[in-house]
Design a protein around this ligand. Structure first.
Ligand SMILES: *Cc1c(COP(=O)(O)O)cnc(C)c1O
Length: 383
């Protein structure tokens, strides 16, 4: 690889080598899947899907759900709404639990819904919500769902690498991750784990996609059942290599340490904001707050988008954004995932928020915020 690229890399020798790579072999592709499986805490089959995470999420639902299914869709943020649409379009009867974005869904709510609707055979749940900043107790919910006997699909895109994810231990049948959040890897490649129970259900579903980009069964028959020796098509090589580098980097740092950085970032942000004044954590209880991102409520009479704009005017480099859609006026989001799960990034974001709020006339205590945030970070990481 180096010989060819050394000869051609004349335009900009600092540019990363993206062209003229040797083909990604089946063995290498399988090795990358195995690294991802380890990060997900699963020994089930893991299919690396060649597209954004919405691809395996839709594939899981369309593969496992059919007319006559009854699905429990748990909505704790924007993705749950999307799942509901897919479930209905598969012909399922959909029972919905909606939790306010200020908290998590409780295992008791799930248990009640399952008891009231014994026909439920599929449950869809988002682990952590990057968009609304909440996280759900999957271990407890998984136990309830397993006792009932339904399949459990988990969207772990915003949790993998940011908080513990134990796919097998929690009884998750279909688990979906992406590389671009806490793993600090590429977008445009993702993965789904499929338990033996899920494969049985999918194989028995005449409506499951076949000869389709959404088909998990195609991957099973053309890739997994053949011992992963021949790839069914040319893979998204650059994204797969980047995903492997992201997994390797996480393993070099240690997954525990990466998770601790995310926990520290959330704790520091929440403590810092409380000391700053003006803003309040949108998610009320610390244990319901996602380690990947913290959402903040703007002051009563101030538009969140103005706060974000003022903060970004103070420091355009911090990972702040206004929420999308209906929450845009009241919710501010700090994305402290991946490389941004960093003490310096969180402190810089708090400084920018303090400065921005001051230009809008709010009273804040920037020094107290930095002190509280630093102490909260150090309490987690032991600095
Ligand atoms: C980011 C995110 C997704 C979407 O991932 P894409 O790769 O952009 O499709 C899905 N679910 C959750 C919870 C996310 O945070």
């Amino acid at each position: 690889m180096t010989a060819v690229n050394d000869a051609t890399a004349t335009a900009n020798s600092d540019a990363p080598v993206l062209l003229d790579l040797p083909p990604l072999t089946a063995a290498h592709f399988a090795r990358i899947e195995d690294k991802v499986a380890a990060l997900m805490g699963t020994e089930a089959d893991v299919v690396a899907m060649q597209g954004e995470a919405l691809l395996p999420l839709e594939a899981c639902i369309r593969s496992a759900v059919r007319p006559g299914s009854t699905a429990l869709n748990i909505i704790t943020g924007p993705y749950g709404e999307t799942f509901g649409g897919w479930l209905r379009s598969c012909g399922a009867e959909v029972v919905t639990i909606t939790a306010p974005f200020t908290g998590a869904v409780s295992p008791q709510q799930v248990a009640d819904a399952l008891r009231e609707n014994p026909a439920i055979d599929f449950v869809s749940l988002v682990h952590a919500e990057a968009a609304t900043g909440n996280t759900n107790p999957v271990a407890e919910i998984g136990a309830v769902v397993r006792e009932h006997g339904a399949l459990l699909m988990l969207d772990a895109v915003a949790s993998v690498g940011a908080e513990p994810l134990r796919t097998d231990e929690w009884g998750v049948d279909l688990c979906v991750i992406g590389g671009q959040k806490a793993l600090a890897g590429p977008a445009g490649v993702s993965a789904a784990s499929v338990s033996a129970r899920a494969w049985e259900r999918i194989a028995a579903n005449e409506q499951a996609p076949r000869r389709s980009y959404l088909s998990l069964l195609d991957w099973k028959e053309r890739w997994i059942d053949g011992g992963r020796t021949a790839l069914p098509h040319a893979p998204a090589q650059l994204e797969m290599l980047a995903l492997e580098q992201a997994a390797d980097r996480v393993n070099d740092e240690r997954l525990d340490a990466v998770i601790a950085r995310h926990r520290a970032a959330a704790a520091a942000t929440r403590a810092g904001v409380r000391a700053l004044g003006g803003l309040t954590p949108y998610v009320l209880r610390d244990e319901d707050a996602a380690p990947a991102a913290t959402t903040l409520r703007a002051p009563e009479d101030v538009d969140a988008r103005e706060v974000v704009a003022a903060a970004l005017a103070a420091n355009g480099g911090v990972p702040l954004q206004a929420a999308a859609g209906a929450l845009a006026k009241e919710m501010i989001r700090l994305n402290h995932y991946g490389r941004a799960a960093d003490r310096g990034v969180v402190l810089a974001a708090l400084s920018a928020l303090g400065e921005g709020l001051r230009t809008l006339g709010a009273e804040t205590d920037g020094e107290a915020a930095l002190e509280a945030a630093g102490a909260a970070w150090d309490a987690v990481i032991g600095g």
